[in-house]
Design a binder for this molecule. Sequence first.
Ligand code: HAM
Length: 418
Amino acid sequence: MNKFAAPKGVSEYFPDRSKYFEFVRETLIDSARRSGYQLIELPVFEDTELFARGVGESTDVVSKEMYTFEDRGGRSITLRPEGTAGVMRSVIEHNLDRGQLPVKVWYSGQFFRAERPQLGRYRQFYQVGIEAIGLQDPEIDAEVISVADRAFKKLGLKNYSLEITSLGDAPTRERYTKDLRTYIATLDLDEATTQRASLNPLRLFDDKRDEVRALMAGAPVLMDYLTQESASHFQKVQECLKDFSIDYSINKRMVRGLDYYTGTAFEFVHNGLGSQSGIGGGGRYDGLMAQLGGSDLSGIGFGLGVDRILLACEAEGVGIPQDFALQLFIVPIGEAAKRRAVVLAQELRVAGFSTDLAYGDRGLKGAMKAADKSGSRFALVLGENEIASGSAELKNMQTGVSSSVTLRTLQEDLRKLL
Ligand code: HAM
């Protein structure tokens, strides 16, 4: 019979690599928690209109990459291509925008974009994201950036950089888009490109074609149009980043792939990943909530690409810390030992030690191989003699050194060694 294969372009994580994935994801989430962000758990599908209005019709994400289908009730549904629009929908629907501000939330899960798959670019991928809603302060911009930066440093990543820009406020954009449209009108562009530019002229900056890039090289630059207020906000964000000792460079030509951005925008880039180098990005979206029918609150957040951050960790040889490994693997030899081992493992688990054991009737060699494969920090061999004497050899799997332990005091001994 033919075997099934996963749909094209999806990423999957299974042992042993899934442990590495889990470590990366948990480190990202931990950093968000430490800055006061709380979990928001949302559906992976939403009303299609939410993304069309929230993310923008001119974006590739909405115009080309959405997984959209009609449900059994004839509604148009889309698998979420990003997290911010859904968070806004939920915050508005549950009136969190009328409660205590700011609303600070984190999320983690699968997102879907029908892109051409390649290493680091998938049709189903994972993000950890945060959103801080209801604060105008430049300090919150720096806080959001610092959550990502702290997580990357905690992971041990070195070869990444942070690019920031300001996309300005509404008056900035109005003056700038007018001049940009005038400039674009002088260019010789094909029908489809002109159409995209008429929806959002900024989109032409992320056109990958050399000829369009060359034409856009002479275009006016948004940062030259910043109002006093926007420029001063951006200045304060930078001062705060310096206070946090976070290195950055200003990228005047950054255009984010989603339409809702205003003011501060940023991207983290890793230099070991080839063309899919963006490991995370985000920014302010001050008009989005009002546009989706909620209060006129500002917001800022990011989405971090867990798949790519994992690849970056692998590229840099980042190791998994010991506390992520199984703590003890018990190897029972013989039937009586097995019965004792099962109970011992259960007691240890209740006491908080992560413990596994060799099932089946493998000999010592096969069982030790299983202990090795489990990635456990310690292994305990339990045979008839050990049960009779009440003491056994506890082997440190990393150093290969064994020490004798009394089974009765195993928990204390383990606690000291771990
Ligand atoms: P985004 O820049 O579209 O922003 O995506 C964030 C990150 O998700 C990217 O930097 C990348 O690491 C990862 N990513 C995106 N597409 C793929 C893909 N096809 N395969 C693998 N990884 C991918 C957003 O999604 C915004 N919602 C972020 C945000 C939150 N802005 C404000 N709040």
